[in-house]
Design a protein around this ligand. Sequence first.
Ligand code: NAD
Length: 489
Amino acid sequence: MEVQTLKYPAIRNYVAGQGVDSSAATLDVMSPLSGQLISTVPLSSAAALDEAVQAAKVAFPSWSAMPIKERVQIFYRYKTLLERDMKALADLVREENGKTYDEARAEVEKAIELTEFACSMPQLIQGEFLEVSKGVEARAERKPLGVVASIAPFNFPNMVPHWTIPNALVLGNTMILKPSEQVPLSAVKIAELLKEAGLPDGVLNIVNGDREIVEAICDHPAIQAVSFVGSTKIAKVVYIRATSNLKRCVALGGAKNHLMVLPDAHPEMTASNVAASMSGCAGQRCMAGSTMVGVGAVDGIVAKIVEEARKIIPGQNLGSVISKEAKARIEQHITEAEAAGAKVLLDGRNAVVPGHEEGYYVGATVIDYVTPDMRIAQEEVFGPVLAIMRTNTLDEALAIENANPYGNAAAVFTASGSSARYVMDHANAGMIGINIGVPVPREPFSFGGWNESKFGACDITGKSSIEFWTQLKKTTTKWNPESRVNWMS
Ligand code: NAD
């Protein structure tokens, strides 16, 4: 039998600072750019998870006892390693996810920003202190939870792990990371760089797999908190299962983000923003503006959006989608919308990139006269497709936005301050853009949607995540026990 050599070594789990062989069945890892097999990933069992959790438990006492100002030193060093290896990290993201080099590099730049934020934690988590009665002081300080878990999706193999790793670890927790089985390569490199930066063994462990390992994470009694990023269907399952096992959970789900375009919007800026929002990372962003609502006379702006979208060329400034199945699903959405009466202004079906004929490409697609009852207006398409609906008033546009079950982002393009303010007040989403097509809140602001785009109380990044990754310890002290002045002894 011919033995195929893989471009990347077979992925192993990472426990207590070492790659660990496993006898588990494996899944093929394909590069969506070429449709070629590039590695394999183990579908680990609950026993493999337990091994990693034990390593994380062993590492916790000394890691959590280290002063936070020492823990952040490791992350300062790590940041310089991310900068040093930027190209290698971006190449990995590109290879396993299919995005363009610039998009992959932007992901690593965001990982650096997230690491910088974690390095500022000593300034952010100072506790509180008060003399609560004569000679008696109370103080409150933030303590880590213990072993925590982070479950990641395919669309940002480098950035999403950095939403959780730096903050949770700097705050004193130890972690199990479960990368997406579709993109397991970047996580290996992240672990290697953290080890090089001086992270003690066992503080970060990686367990690969799919459903079985996610369920085992939700059930494991020694895991205190679970963060999840992925589709709404699985986010719900994970949130319910983890919290029913009395764990903390924040679970981010899918999205259907509406871009409302008013006739007074700046035409060129709006067109380039809308086209970039729907097609960046091949539309596989939870912040993608996949749905536009044109309010009133916006034909001129729609024409410019099509003009901009025509400049987006698969294999050049447009990456591939993640899999053959994703390509088929996206193209099916376009076909169905057309059959339902929508007008395809730009058709990205059957895109082929010369030299990459087996890659999973869908061209930029713009569909006008979509109506709210169509499937394309309701479901997350997760491809470079813009569905345009039309209304006469901003209130009608907001009614469409408000009726969708998700609530990640919403944006308005307008030159009117009062229209912008009206959308800020009335859009039913966690992240709002005013003349911005992808309104990702940069650090120290936190990332998180509303409604079916997020389950759980805290956001996953920024200051809000401090609450998620820590618990408050309150100590009341009488320094002079001989004192007779007292209240509540
Ligand atoms: P997914 O839900 O299929 O997978 C996410 C994770 O769940 C993976 O690690 C996967 O192994 C695991 N998983 C898959 N099926 C499972 C099951 N039946 N039971 C338990 N675990 C399971 O998501 P995806 O396709 O990898 O990522 C794309 C989705 O993620 C999109 O819906 C996108 O909007 C969403 N996303 C949301 C955000 C956000 O911030 N809200 C960010 C990135 C991605």
